[in-house]
Design a binder for this molecule. Sequence first.
Ligand code: ADP
Ligand code: MG
Length: 256
Amino acid sequence: MIRAEGLTVDYPRRVPAGTAGGASFDRALDGLDLSVARGASLAVVGPSGCGKSTLLYAVAGLVPVSGGRLEVEGRPPAGRAGTALVFQDYGLFPWKTARQNVELGFRGPAARGAAKDRARSLLERFGVGYAADKYPAELSGGERQRTAIARALASEPDLLLLDEPSSSLDALAKESFQRAVLGLCSHSDSPRGLTVVLVTHDIEEAAFLGGSVAVMERGRIRAVQENPLFGDPALRERLEYYEFCLGVRRLLGEEP
Ligand code: ADP
Ligand code: MG
């Protein structure tokens, strides 16, 4: 599904006017190798600034590749219809209700009434059907996040990219949100095999939602760990879960 080889992404650096010198840039991805199979769920964990968002933007075709190769289903990623990205700040339109935001995700023309019903049922699937007629400013962080995912799924993607999906939620909202996302990642309701890539700085989230967990460091993937525990909604009650998290923490070079 996704193949990156030696992927490099540079951001042009703003240079004060009149300053001498050649082109200057910040290297956000630096020779990154990654392969994600169709239908897999990959969690990428790494510290702030290591290039997680840039990796998702590159896979979504939103930032240009400066070097190396990046393909989604054998093609360059830009303009691909099956890819949906949920931004860290959700990207909801404040002047539209939750339901209207979800309707924006539908591809192609849909009869007005049908779109309304489909949007409402997507919101219900994520447990926020009751908030369909509220505006983003009237929603909690968790409700906004669920609405943003419902909107992403409205386009019926085969590749879902999630940027720090629960970073702004409190602990209880986070667990309930993560269980909703696990349903997507573990395909219990996706016969077509949705591929999910989520990036996070939260090791426990990565271990809960990733069929494999990639550890990222300064623009590269340092290691990928298969996650044998993946798919169990009651994972937090198992000691092995904490052992797995500890292993990832060590790979990140963090002492517990
Ligand atoms: P993460 O999501 O892991 O926190 P990012 O992908 O946002 O990391 O950023 C990776 C690096 O690229 C950081 O050093 C950041 O400062 C830099 N960067 C990100 N966006 C831009 C941009 N638009 N222009 C210049 N540098 C950027
Ligand atoms: Mg980021």
